[in-house]
Structure formats: C-alpha cells, structure tokens
Design a protein around this ligand. Structure first.
Ligand code: AKG
Ligand code: FE2
Length: 265
C-alpha cells in the first residue's frame, strides 16, 4: 500500500510533458491523465489532477515512473481478490448464493480501474472542491489516502469526515451494487474537499462488472419477494459513457436508470 502510494506520487511528480503522453480524451482510453473530472462539460473545474488506468481484464500501466507497472500489477491483483471476497459476503447477505454476483456480472473479466487523485494545497479551500458530490459506478471501490484527510460521506443529509486509520481501506458501495440489489444496498454519496496546507493523494480501486454485462436487479430478488424491479437494465459500458459525458453530480447517472414510481390514477 505504501509503495503504491509512493508510485502515485512519483507519477504526479513527472513533468507536464511526460504526463502529457497519457492525456487520454475518451472514457475508454486505457490510460488517462488530466485535471478536474471532465473539463469539456464543466463550468467550474475541480482542484484535482488524476490518473486513471484500466488494470483488468487487460492489465495496463503507464511506462513511467519505472516501478509503477510492477507494484500496481500486484496491488490491483490483491485488491481484486479482496473485492471479490467481499462480494461473496454481500451476495449471501442478499440471500443469494455466495458466487452469484461473481457469476452474474462476469467478474472473471470484470473491469478494474486504478484512479489516483492529487489535490494540491489550495489558497482558498472554501471556494474550491476536489471532487464534487457523487457516487461511484461499479460495485465496490477500495480507497486509501496518503494520511491527509479530505474525504466526506453523506449520511442523513450531513457531510461526515472520514478519518481513516493509516494503512486501511475504505470500501465504498457503487451504483451497480444498488442496481443489482434492487436498492437494498445504496451507493454512497461522497466528495473530496481540499485544504490550504498539504498535498493530498488518494487512490481508488474501482471494481465493476465486465463491460458488456447488462446490469439489472437480480432475478431472485424480484421473484422471491414479488418486488417490482426498481432499476432498468443497462450495459455497464453504456453507463460509464453516460457518467463520463456529463458533469459529475450526486446520483444523476443512477437516476437515469431508476424506474419512476407509477401513479395509480
Ligand atoms: O479523494 C477521495 O478520497 C475520493 C476519490 C473519489 O471519490 C474517486 O476517485 O471516485
Ligand atoms: Fe468517488
């Protein structure tokens, strides 16, 4: 974990020219580095630089810094195992077989993304945002940070600071767990604030279904509990494209697949 965080720091320390090599434009570019979230649709930019790398089903890595490939390959493999174990527990907690989510969402070829975020000190932190309120796509995101706080979770309409112990993972539930569980699990709304003193680095490993999987509420949950599906099915790849082509805003993407309540007339 420590080595991975160091490699992320080394990446952000590269010259603009070196990082420019990875300046991808499209959500499906396997290696993408840039500023804010989606500068082409935002009026106000986030106080953030990022690196996003597709690390599964095909492993990719920037060529610099030189240790990045080896360390990130190990780190991503192990975190993927942790996520898959946790998803077995979540399957069981929903009354499904332990392997149900793994099988239904084709996790053998599931998408895993490494997202490193850099939030430099900001002279006016009250006027800026590192990342605006949002929920993550995918199933589970494993988050770590370089010892500097800044992550907040929305709980009962209030923002709660996350004081994560050193060397710990914070596990965030993503939109596709909410969809699959037909709303039994909710994806967590979170944001990153900035500070005027220290550089913050966070590392998010997002674990999702395979890109061509259509994610919809699990059939067993609908059958067993005679519950109407609360979300429409959508291919994971289409969901990613939808989220990336818009401004990052709370659960605006999930709202696009949510069934509207039918009003009896
Ligand atoms: O910086 C953080 O703690 C949050 C990062 C995050 O939410 C993300 O990368 O999706
Ligand atoms: Fe996030």
């Amino acid at each position: 974990m420590k080595e991975m965080m160091e490699e992320c720091k080394f990446f952000f320390d590269l010259t603009e020219e070196e990082k420019g090599e990875f300046e991808g434009k499209h959500v499906l570019d396997p290696i993408r580095s840039g500023t804010s979230f989606n500068a082409s649709v935002e009026k106000v930019f986030c106080w953030r630089d990022f690196l996003k790398v597709f690390v599964h089903p095909q492993f990719r890595s920037p060529t610099k810094p030189c240790g990045f490939r080896e360390i990130s390959e190990k780190y991503c493999k192990r975190t993927r195992e942790v996520a898959r174990e946790l998803l077995k527990g979540i399957s069981e907690s929903l009354g499904l077989e332990a392997s149900s989510i793994d099988k239904t969402l084709n996790l053998n070829s599931g998408l895993q993304l490494l997202i490193a975020n850099l939030y430099p000190p900001c002279p006016q932190p009250d006027l800026a945002m590192g990342l605006p309120p949002h929920s993550d796509h995918g199933l589970l995101t494993l988050l770590t940070q370089n010892g500097i706080g800044g992550l907040q979770l929305q709980h009962n309409s209030k923002w709660v600071n996350v004081d994560a112990p050193p060397n710990s993972f914070l596990v965030n539930t993503g939109d596709h767990i909410e969809i699959l569980s037909n709303g039994k699990y909710k994806s967590v709304v979170h944001r990153a604030i900035v500070n005027s003193k220290s550089t913050r680095i966070s590392l998010a490993i997002a674990n999702g279904p395979s890109l061509d999987t259509v994610v919809c509420p699990a059939q067993e949950l609908i059958d067993n509990e005679s519950q109407a599906p609360a979300y429409k099915g959508m291919k994971y790849i289409e969901y990613l494209e939808l989220q990336q082509s818009n401004r990052l805003h709370i659960k605006s993407c999930l709202d696009r697949v949510r069934m509207r309540n039918l009003i009896n007339i």
